[in-house]
Write a protein that binds this ligand. Sequence first.
Ligand code: TXA
Ligand code: MG
Length: 310
Amino acid sequence: MQKIINLAKKRLEDGNLVIFPTETVYGLGGDATNLRAIKKIYNLKKRPLENPLICHFKNIKEIKENFEINSLDNEIIKKFCPGPLTIILKKRKKCKIHAAVSNNLNYIGCRIPKNKIAINILKSVNFPIAAPSANISTKISPTQTNHISKKLKDNTLIINGGKSLLGLESTVVKTSKNKILILRLGSISIEEIRKKIPNNDIEINNLNQKVSPGNQKKHYAPNLPIRINVTKVLKNEGLLNFGKNNMKSNICEYNLSAKGSLKEASKNFFNFLYLIDNNKLCKGIAVAPIPSQDLGITINDRLKRASYKK
Ligand code: TXA
Ligand code: MG
């Protein structure tokens, strides 16, 4: 493992990109202080420049050196970092993150991943790593290295860490006075935040493009057309099922969780979408209803965007 970490370190220090595992999804990482590396990320992903990148840090100390943190920010960081949470923080004057990471915004998304490989890479270099999910913009986020597109594969070093532990991206939050705004639903459910931080209001703000520029209506989209909350599967559709029911596909079907676990469903979500999407016989994807609670709220958010039609 040390050998591949050293290789990643060398690549990153040279301004090149590395795809590495995190506990949520794979990230396409580059030196967050290096304009050349940041430009490569935007180009490869075909990501609009106004959609800022998340920065990954090795520890809380590194975040505190670069950002202003109020007491609620501090509480959130203490309870959820390292882990699948991204918090938007205000840059200090001496912040070393390049302005291109956030389209010159004064605020940056900060995250400390929990994955061992990710932390080892972060510890090996002396700069934070900007890393969006390692997919072409609007496409499915990769939770295994075989999901990564050829174009990204050909232009990066890929570190294989197996299947992502959680399978959905981090929850993005920002504090506003004493309120917690959720800018993107993710691997930490609203219930979990409420349980750990019971005394502050929580507001879902994920459609406000101004505060959360990355929340396009169409996102996480497979190539095939997708229908959600179905009770009947059409002739040429693959089925993305959940729990127990009588639905059947005559082409292919995957059950996110036969026992009805939303945690298991989250872990399988992008992989099963990928498998149906890449089945040559399928002409569409039918998705069973997913309960709108806990992580089901995040899964339904992703499905809604994936099935969005202009
Ligand atoms: O789990 C994750 O968050 C993965 C892993 C690799 O860390 N990363 C990820 O990054 O999903 P990305 O770039 O695909 O999604 C970042 C989201 C976008 O919705 C973006 O708009 C929002 O975070 N975001 C980033 N910086 C922001 C900022 N300064 N202000 C508001 N929203 C921001
Ligand atoms: Mg993404």
